[in-house]
Design a protein around this ligand. Structure first.
Ligand code: GDP
Length: 195
């Protein structure tokens, strides 16, 4: 699945513009700067794939990538920008709610959490939205190379504790480092085997 090309399909800003729901998809969500672009690039083995989602003006788009002939990888806009204007935030929340509640082919959301920071209140909002939308989500810890083994364990405890409140949480976390290639193969296998 990850051996072939992973092409950008389209950037979407309205529900109407979503591609036809004709194949399984997984989405990736996370605070801005959590390492989402780096992770998507590491997963797909391409250097500049997710860069488009980071350029100004594109940040509020849901970006669709074709993963092989029968799957979509969906890059959700980063959340938690301190300076995002209220109308922009509200528009994005509407789109996100609509997408999560209405996308029948969405099999799993991967929520990225920085291993240095753990689950923050802005993450909690997304996790609660995923619960309400009945979308199973799995936490992917990013930038694991930046912390010591002891720090990792402490943050994992915090994250596991936070997940207890969320019925839609998939119990298993994935620890990754895009920089070191850690956890990437595990994540590929998860995406490839979701039915
Ligand atoms: P995004 O805003 O979530 O798409 O985050 P980016 O992928 O652009 O990453 C934000 C910053 O974190 C960049 O400076 C990356 O180089 C850095 N970064 C991302 N992933 C890793 C990682 O696994 N390890 C380390 N050390 N840095 C990372």
């Amino acid at each position: 699945l990850f051996a072939g090309p992973c092409d950008f399909v389209k950037g979407v800003t309205t529900m109407e513009a979503l591609p036809p729901a004709d194949r399984i998809e997984v989405c990736f969500a996370g605070r801005s700067n959590v390492g989402k672009s780096s992770l998507i690039n590491a997963l797909t083995g391409r250097k500049a794939l997710a860069r488009a989602s980071n350029t100004p003006g594109r940040t509020q788009e849901i970006n669709y990538f074709a993963l092989g002939p029968s799957r979509y990888l969906v890059d959700l806009p980063g959340y938690g920008y301190a300076e995002a204007p209220k109308p922009i935030v509200e528009r994005w929340q509407r789109l996100l709610k609509g997408y999560l509640a209405g996308r029948q082919t969405l099999r799993r959301a991967f929520v990225l959490i920085d291993t240095r920071h753990g689950v923050k209140s802005v993450d909690e909002e997304i996790l609660t939205l995923l619960d309400r939308s009945a979308v199973t989500f799995q936490v992917v810890m990013t930038k694991a190379d930046k912390v010591s083994q002891a720090e990792r364990e402490a943050v994992l405890d915090q994250v596991r504790g936070a997940l207890k409140k969320h019925p839609a949480a998939y119990p298993e976390l994935v620890m990754t480092s895009s920089e070191k290639g850690m956890g990437i193969e595990t994540l590929r296998t998860i995406v490839a085997t979701l039915g």
